[in-house]
Design a protein around this ligand. Structure first.
Ligand code: ZN
Length: 285
């Protein structure tokens, strides 16, 4: 299944993508792609529905029909830092011995084609294509062998980052990670049965048509089961929490010379089997 949320910002409705690429409305079945709907029981219920029995929504998704973030009411947006050895190298950082965890404030979450707003006083707004993991079954102290049972699905995330706020403004990285619009999420949540091997997905990101990131989840240092188990040692994971698993090399900070986003540019990114995002960058106001 490919689950999504469509409609105007703040008033999105739940839906699914049918085999012909149209959106089918789920709002008579569930209130949102969120919380309880994402548990194994909730997902099983959705799986029994014949999409042809659901109302088809007018418009082409991501073209004439806006999509919101593919998960609503995200409780925790957990990010993993420096989880690709070659990205750690371009960032001038050692490969971490344990996963680095930081936060993206949930007010940063937006849709896959929404504008990215460069924040006030920013000079180093950067991009990061990442595999997102959406938690379905809640739990704490989850074992690695059972970790995948806790996954509702996967999605594309752009972990938009302001490097000066992140690295030079004292304290943790969080100041540079949670600005409004810094969390495009989607277009859809793809259930694990549609993905052959989550550890072998090609991923890419272009700025104005120029390929900047070209990687694969095969080079993740800490794989998805380990990340779920690891995070759950420090917090309980809840249905609808999101873990963004880190970015491969090719971010703006790693270019020679470094190169950051400017108003009017377009960032497009995608992951094999999970769809793509395309966001216009707005200059700071
Ligand atoms: Zn990141």
């Amino acid at each position: 299944m490919k689950l999504l949320r469509y409609g105007p910002h703040g008033a999105e409705k739940p839906g699914l993508l049918d085999s012909e690429g149209f959106v089918r409305d789920l709002s008579a079945i569930i209130p949102d792609i969120a919380g309880q709907a994402l548990t194994p029981e909730g997902m099983e219920r959705l799986r029994t529905i014949d999409p042809d029995t659901l109302q088809r929504v007018d418009g082409a998704p991501q073209e004439t029909l806006r999509l919101g973030a593919c998960v609503g009411q995200i409780g925790k947006f957990i990010c993993i830092g420096l989880n690709y050895a070659d990205h750690a190298a371009e960032a001038g950082q050692p490969v971490p011995e344990e996963p680095i965890i930081f936060n993206k404030w949930t007010s940063a979450v937006c849709g896959p084609n929404d504008d990215i707003q460069i924040p006030r006083n920013s000079v180093k707004t950067d991009w990061e294509v990442e595999l997102g993991v959406v938690i379905g079954k809640p739990g704490s102290y989850i074992s690695e062998s059972e970790a995948m049972d806790h996954v509702a699905g996967f999605c594309v995330i752009n972990d938009v980052s302001e490097r000066d706020f992140q690295l030079n403004r004292s304290g943790t990285w969080d100041k540079g990670k949670g600005c409004d619009t810094f969390g495009p999420t989607g277009p859809w949540l793809v259930t694990p049965d549609e993905i052959d091997d989550v550890n072998a997905l090609d991923m890419w990101l272009d700025v104005d048509g120029k390929r900047m990131q070209d990687g694969s989840t095969s080079t993740l240092i800490f794989k998805v089961p380990h990340l779920i188990s690891y995070c759950s040692q420090f917090m309980s994971l809840q249905s609808g929490d999101v873990i963004s698993t880190g970015t491969p090399p090719g971010v703006g900070m790693g270019q020679k010379p470094p190169r950051y986003l400017r108003g009017g540019e377009r960032v497009t990114l995608g992951i094999e089997g999970l769809g793509f995002q395309s966001s216009l960058v707005l200059a700071s106001s």
